[in-house]
Design a protein around this ligand. Structure first.
Ligand code: SAM
Length: 247
């Protein structure tokens, strides 16, 4: 039940790129079909809105799909885990992760209603009933009883500097839960500040996985574990974490 006129198959070379990414995908045939539909939906939406800057299938496959799937590196997203994607935008990394690992229960959060509406619509077309799209600010949701300490994993891509992410994400994690933060550029200073901020909110650095996308771009996946309860005063009110980062 796709909108009329959408060609849902990915081009064969892009299917091959996805398969050769090395990502742990539960069922490639189903996944490739869903990625085709998602690419078509993104291209359709990008023609009329500024939802995504990527306007061709190859860029979408590498910079959205394969990049999102790098969260699966290290095996931290296996099993029936409750996952929150903070600042999901058009659904990244939430939607590719839901396609690859259907056991994950994924909540895709964004402050912008228009983006959340797209994610909900896309999840509906793709039959991803395990994805919930929510419009809220992380600072507000992190104080709500039903969301605080309610997730096994938080993923986030291209949302804020690491100290800000630590304050936004750690309140959501249950004890022992992990933050997986995808960073394009990660300076030693940002990492250092991020780890200090994490400690302030109950987190501890686990590892930084550095690698390259097929197109050559450098990426880092920062893993932080929740080792202590987050103090009640965090997250501070909306806007504060970014305006006055902890470190
Ligand atoms: N993660 C997506 C991606 O990589 O394509 C979107 C990245 S976009 C640059 C950043 C998104 O984070 C925006 O959609 C913005 O609305 C959202 N965002 C930023 N701060 C937020 C907050 N405090 N709570 C919820 N969403 C936030």
């Amino acid at each position: 039940t796709l909108p009329q006129g959408l060609a849902p198959e990915l081009q064969p070379e892009h299917q091959a790129l996805l398969r050769s990414s090395g990502a742990e995908v539960a069922d490639w045939d189903t996944a490739l079909g869903q990625f085709g539909h998602l690419s078509a939906l993104l291209l359709e939406a990008s023609a009329t809105t500024n939802l995504t800057a990527l306007r061709n299938e190859r860029d979408i496959v590498i910079k959205h799909f394969i990049d999102s799937l790098t969260c699966l590196r290290g095996g931290y997203l296996q099993g029936q885990l409750r996952v929150l994607d903070i600042g999901t935008g058009a659904g990244f990394p939430a939607l590719p992760l839901a396609i690859a690992q259907p056991d994950l229960q994924i909540t895709a959060l964004d402050a912008t209603r228009k983006k959340v509406d797209f994610v909900a619509r896309a999840a509906g077309y793709l039959g991803l009933s395990q994805v919930t799209a929510l419009a809220a600010r992380a600072e507000d949701l992190g104080r709500a009883a039903e969301h605080r300490e309610a997730y096994d994993r938080v993923v986030t891509r291209a949302v804020a500097a690491l100290p800000v992410l630590a304050e936004l994400a750690l309140p959501f994690l249950a004890p022992g839960g992990l933050l997986l933060a995808q960073k394009a550029d990660l300076s030693p200073e940002e990492l250092d500040a991020g780890l200090r901020a994490a400690q302030e909110v109950g987190g501890e650095g686990v590892t930084v996985d550095r690698f390259h996308l097929p197109a050559g771009d450098a990426r880092s996946l920062v893993i932080i574990r929740k080792v202590a309860p987050t103090p009640e005063r965090y997250p501070r009110r909306a806007g504060m974490p970014a305006k006055q980062p902890l470190f």
